[in-house]
Every structure is written in structure tokens, then in C-alpha cells.
Ligand binder design. Sequence first.
Ligand code: AMP
Ligand code: GLY
Length: 426
Amino acid sequence: MNILLLGSGGREHALAWKLAASPLTDRMICAPGNAGIAREAECAALDIADHAAVIAFCRANRIDLVVVGPEAPLVAGIVDNLEAAGIKAFGPTRAAARLEGSKGFTKDVCRANRIPTAAYERFTAAATAKDYIRRQGAPIVVKADGLAAGKGVVVAQSIAEAEAAVDMMFGGGLGAAGAEVVIEEFLAGEEASFFALCDGETAIPLVSAQDHKRVGDGDTGPNTGGMGAYSPAPVMTDAITARTMDEIVLPTLRAMKAMGAPYKGVLFAGLMIGKDGPKLIEYNVRFGDPETQVLMLRLMSDLVPALVAARDGQLKSFDLRWYPDAALTVVMAANGYPGDYKRGSVIEGLDEAAQVEGVEIFHAGTKAEGGKILANGGRVLNVTAMGKSVREAQARAYEAVGRIRWPDGFCRRDIGWQAVKRERGG
Ligand code: AMP
Ligand code: GLY
């Protein structure tokens, strides 16, 4: 098969690494890709927002399957356009991608189907939103309805902070994404990332993962796209996983099918596990980044037939096998991230780092120039390792980090701390 993967981050590097390893893959192409992906796949300089250009590329290169990494093209309907052109694509249609594209839509699906989630209301004007905030009190969570590249959620500790978020969003601070806001109850508990492969009707859970969203050690500082992840997440016990499937994922699939928008692709549920069990924080309609980097290391089965079966509606008799080992990834980011940072600094020592046992280095934002690897983004490298325990995977990942010479980058030093503490019995 000829496979085209769309995207350019660490998630796509991990997917390309896994897809390229399949005996079913003849050609592996990634657009636009990065310097690390170029080692697994051919990289094509395509503008993936230009659906007509993607379709023309698929025809010229006889692409049998398109795998879409990020949410923006999904929400913009790239799967509908590809399928209409007779090209098979893995991922949800535009109508199904509303589960990520509109937070208000998802909350309404939850309410109508009794899916556990934070209590909420939707608003299109600041005055009514502020009234609601004053009646509910703080802490309270203010969310832009649309896609805001990870900047659309404000967990407000005070009424003033929540009101400021409302003003920022209705004032156009997030563009069209903030034309409507959802205000919801603050949920306490431990977060987990839950993924299910879906074919419109059947869902197969993937192994559990947890990411670290805050930039600083001890989960402090501003939110980021994710500074590291590990799998398995001990908070996702078998009982919590079963409840998540029965109370959240399967009712969502039934609801989407009933409204004529069956969900195919990977459904990523951000969960809060509190004293009443799992509650949905939000859906994403794609693989997580950096969670995918650890999931792909643990996946024993061939990913290609799994994605084809999801696309074809054939997951019913499908099964995925996983290595029992743990995996952990440390994100190396450019100094200054998630604020302003510089591009173009030189990264050395990657080959020595990759020699540490169990280690794979996925590139998130790099480019190759004159035989050198240069930083080309905020999150730049995902140093990923397997081990018999999270602790062993963590030790291997940090040993590899120690071999990378990049003075303009930094990473958190405590990725996996919750799991390591639990492994120690603490
Ligand atoms: P998101 O950008 O939707 O992934 O949200 C960013 C982060 O905000 C989540 O990972 C949570 O840590 C936090 N968050 C979102 N909604 C809530 C909520 N209702 N209660 C507590 N924390 C929340
Ligand atoms: N790691 C969170 C995300 O992919 O949105």
C-alpha cells in the first residue's frame, strides 16, 4: 500500500515509524513532515490545508490510504473531500469532527445522552456569561467553543479571572473560536488520556496514557501542548476503563450514528477521574501528542490493518496486541516555550542518545540543513523509551536526554512522577 500521512509533529513521527514498519506498506509519504520523519518516510512539501492539492498529490502518487494527524484538516472536512474523490482516508468526517471542533456541540451530546461531564452552559454574549459566573462562583472553567490551538481553556481561580477570560474571548482574543463560549464546573481529580479506535459502531480501547501539560517540574507554570507522557496510566484501572467505554465512549458512538454522523477514526477522550469515576473533560478527534509517541512503542500489532479496518467499518472482530512494558516520553522544547522562542539552533548528540537501550527519538519540530539538525518549533524532540516499569523507561529516557547537546533547549526532569511514586508504593 502507498500511505500518505498528514502532519509534521512528534505524533506524526511516531505514526510514520509504526506505519513504515508494516509489511503492508510499500511507500510511506508524509506531508509536510520534519527532519526525523524523513528517516522513516519520503517527505512531501504539501500545504495540507489545500485539500485540492492533497487530492491531486494522492492521484499522482496512487495513494491507497491517507492518515490525518492534526485536528484542523479533519474539522475542515478533509476526510469528506478525499473520500468524495475516491481516496480512502482514516479519520472522522467534518460532521463527526465537531466533537473537537465545537465544545458546545460535545457538551450538548453529553447532556442529551447522560454522559458524565462537568455541568455547563453555552453563551454568545459577555453579560449573560458573567451573570452565570457570578451565580456559580469560582473556581470555574471558561472555554472558547472552537479550535484555539490549545489556548482556548481558562481554569479560573477567581470570578475576576473568569470574567477577564470572557472579555478576552468575546473581545476577539481567539478569533472566531471565541465567538461562543462554554462555561463549566471545575472538576477535581486525576487526568488521563483515553483513546479508542472507532469504525462508526465498534470501539476498541487502546492502552492508557497520561500526559504532563504544565511547563514546569511538579506540574507548575503555564499549560503547554504537553511536556511528556507515559503509558500505562495507573489511574486507568480495568474497572475505570470499562466504565469509560460504557458510560462515555459507546454512548457517544451511538449518538453520533443516530444523528447521521458516525464516528470513524481515533477518539481521544480527555478524562478527569474523580471520586464518582470518569468524567469527560473534552474530546479530540485525533491521536494525542505526545501520548501517541508512547502508544506506538507499546503497540505490538501492525497499525496499518487496524486503521484500514476502522475506515472500512470492520473493527468488530479486530484485536490489538500490546507489549506489557511501560513507555515514557520526555519532550525537549526550545528555551522560552510556551512563550516566545528562537528557531534555528543546532542540536547534536542525537545518534549517541538513540543508542541507549529501549530508546527511540521522535522529532517534533526540526529541520535538516547542511548535514545538521536544527530546532524548528516550540516542542522540538520527544525522547521516548520502553522499560519493564515506568521507572526504568524514565531512567532510560533521561539517560538519552543527557547525551543530547542542545544549549537552547530544556525539558522537565520529572515526567512520570505519579506512576513512579505508585510503583514505589508511595
Ligand atoms: P483542554 O485545552 O480542553 O485540553 O483543557 C486544558 C486543561 O484544562 C485540561 O487538560 C484540564 O487540565 C483543564 N480543564 C479543562 N476543563 C476542566 C474542568 N472542567 N475542570 C478542571 N480542569 C479542567
Ligand atoms: N496531549 C494532548 C493533546 O494531544 O491534545
